[in-house]
Design a protein around this ligand. Structure first.
Ligand SMILES: [Zn+2]
Ligand SMILES: [Zn+2]
Length: 375
């Protein structure tokens, strides 16, 4: 058994950690947690190991190229600490993992590389009432931010104008030349990943022990050897601090995203709320595309971010079609028989329902046994 003498483990062996993003930073964070004797680590990343990862990822080897990062990392972590229990999801954390997963974690580490993924992690952690630590690296600069719901400032409170611009839908994402992406990315070394990953875990433990209340950030420059902290204020107009979402109010429903239909879900929700209800999607979904020229309309179900121009082209006349969006669904006859998974609701999601000025938080709890299968 792994044991560090004279080290106060602050309950790390009894705790579950989610590491979102298993790149250079995620490798370091997960490695540190395993060495410290963490009880459970869940890994989520949709990517596979590539040659370029090997120079800064301690858990990957050349023979792993092409395999899911989460599977490879999970195996390597159990080699480090055979008592560790792991979960490996080769999935997109912004779309395929419900808030109920976050609710079952003690601490979340954000090791992702996009503003939209950080934004999503922040929303999920706030809804689940779970503290999280966010890290980022570029060249020899690392940043670490720690957040503790419900009272500390959150990631959205710290977002700059540039961050907010990066959240807008990427209209041409499918046609972006790969060369542009590589020109924009800055090479990072294993050194800054190592320093930042260690700092994230140290700060996470301080949050768990109640020594840190959240809202602090650190800026680390591995080239000059300087680091300095900054404190953020909670923004009064920040929408993440949604007063309606209180984890005490979550109702566990005996349902699964893949099998409960929209109609059945609305029946369950309205029975509890005592009023007709709507399902709040929490994001914009495209429901139809209509051609302004030939007037043909097509019913679709598409995340706003996936609406690239290519999909908008009218198959009849070639004009760009106009999308219609929705953020909530009621008893739409065309959708009532479809499963929630069909409507892009992830397993173990906590679904918000509203009706007659009331609201309810309904968790799809029967997904727990299949999704949270610790190995
Ligand atoms: Zn906020
Ligand atoms: Zn047309």
């Amino acid at each position: 058994m792994r044991h560090i003498e004279n080290w106060r483990s602050s309950g790390i062996q009894q705790s579950a950690f989610l590491v979102a993003g298993v790149g250079a930073l995620g490798n370091e964070v997960a490695k540190n947690l395993a060495l410290l004797g963490a009880g459970r680590i869940a890994l989520v990343d949709f990517d596979t190991v590539s040659m370029s990862n090997l120079s800064r990822s301690v858990l990957f080897r050349a023979a792993d190229v092409g395999l899911p990062k989460t599977d490879v990392a999970a195996r390597a972590l159990q080699d480090i600490n055979p008592e560790l229990r792991v979960l490996s999801w080769s999935a997109d954390v912004t779309r395929e993992i419900g808030v109920g997963v976050f609710r079952r974690m003690d601490l979340v580490f954000g090791c992702v590389d996009s503003v939209s993924a950080r934004y999503h992690l922040n929303r999920s952690c706030w809804r689940a009432g779970v503290p999280w630590v966010e890290g980022g690296i570029a060249a020899h600069i690392g940043t670490v931010k720690a957040f503790r719901p419900p009272d500390s400032p959150c990631y959205e409170c710290t977002m700059s104008l540039e961050d907010r611009k990066a959240l807008r839908p990427k209209r041409l994402s499918c046609s972006d030349p790969p060369a542009l992406a590589s020109r924009l990315s800055t090479p990072t070394t294993p050194l800054i990943a190592s320093i930042t990953g260690a700092w994230m875990v140290q700060q996470g433990l301080a949050i768990m022990a109640g020594e840190d209340k959240g809202g602090l950030s650190w800026h680390i420059n591995s080239a000059s050897g300087e680091s300095f902290p900054a404190r953020y204020d909670r923004r009064l107009d920040c929408l993440t601090h949604d007063e309606r979402f209180d984890r005490q109010d979550i109702i566990e429903l005996p349902a699964r995203a893949g099998s409960v239909s929209l109609g059945e879900f609305l029946d369950l929700a309205s029975a509890r709320l005592g009023s007709p209800t709507q399902l709040e999607l929490g994001r914009s979904v495209v429901t139809s595309l209509t051609c302004p020229k030939c007037r043909q309309a097509e019913a679709v179900w598409l995340d706003r971010d996936d609406l690239v121009d290519q999909k908008r082209i009218c198959p009849v006349c070639g004009y760009l079609r106009t999308p219609a969006y929705t953020q909530s669904i009621g008893r739409d006859p065309g959708l009532l028989d479809r499963s929630l998974a069909d409507l892009s609701i992830p397993p173990l999601e906590i679904v918000v329902s509203t009706g007659n000025g009331r609201y309810g938080l309904f968790e799809l709890t029967n997904d727990e046994e299949t999704l949270l299968h610790w190995m």
